[in-house]
Design a protein around this ligand. Structure first.
Ligand code: VGL
Ligand code: ZN
Length: 211
């Protein structure tokens, strides 16, 4: 977009963020938990730790502009068809109340938290949870929180590009939100080569602006 004037430009200059924040914008920080962001996490994303200072930069910029900030947390029970040991895809990760599920210690946490995957569903998107057995989807509390805060536009960063970020962003577009994805604030699992690049392509095709 064009050059911002007044306070928005000032906040950007002070924080180093390229993104414009205002009262109808919310920042969504996706799954910056130890199991994804710490190199010793059970589902650690390569260079995931590099996302933390970028997220903190965006959190500062959003906070200065009075934007609403919300954090998603992958939040699984010890047994869930999401885990490979129980018939799913993934190593055990982000089990409720464990170190792996805790936010990375360097992350600034100043906002609301939305849990997902907590009923045994996959919960890739911060907006919805899909039961891998029945295929049924149910909304999380995220959309209600955004409505309560009069949000029209979302800025998204976090992990992982090819799972929770892309599903959150495409759901957000389906719900009618304008979406900016912070390009240096995401990283991919890349279980299959090129998955991260394809996810970025999908987000752009859905109308998101990936910086
Ligand atoms: C995620 C794999 C499994 C994510 C969550 O946050 O991207 N990926 N569970
Ligand atoms: Zn998970």
């Amino acid at each position: 977009g064009g050059e911002a004037a007044g306070p928005a430009r000032l906040h950007r200059a002070m924080s180093g963020s390229d993104v414009r924040y205002d009262g109808v914008t919310a920042l969504i920080v996706v799954d910056l938990q130890n199991d994804f962001a710490d190199p010793s996490g059970s589902l650690s994303v390569r260079d995931g730790e590099l996302v933390i200072p970028v997220a903190n930069r965006e959190i500062s910029a959003a906070g200065s502009a009075g934007s609403y900030i919300v954090y998603s947390q992958d939040w699984h029970p010890p047994t869930t068809p999401h885990f490979e040991k129980d018939g799913g895809l993934w190593p055990v990760h982000c089990v409720q109340g464990t170190w792996g599920a805790t936010f990375h210690p360097d992350l600034q946490v100043v906002g609301d938290v939305v849990h997902k995957g907590d009923q045994g569903a996959d919960g890739y998107s911060a907006f919805s949870e899909r039961d891998p057995l029945s295929g049924e989807t149910a909304p999380t509390i995220l959309q209600r929180l955004l409505q309560e805060h009069d949000v029209e536009r979302l800025v998204v960063c976090g992990l992982a590009t090819d799972f929770c970020v892309v599903e959150t962003v495409t759901d957000a577009r389906d719900l009618g939100y304008d979406v900016v994805v912070v390009g240096d604030g995401i990283r991919a699992v890349d279980r299959k080569a090129g998955a991260g690049a394809r996810a970025i392509q999908r987000m752009r095709e859905a109308g998101a602006d990936v910086t």
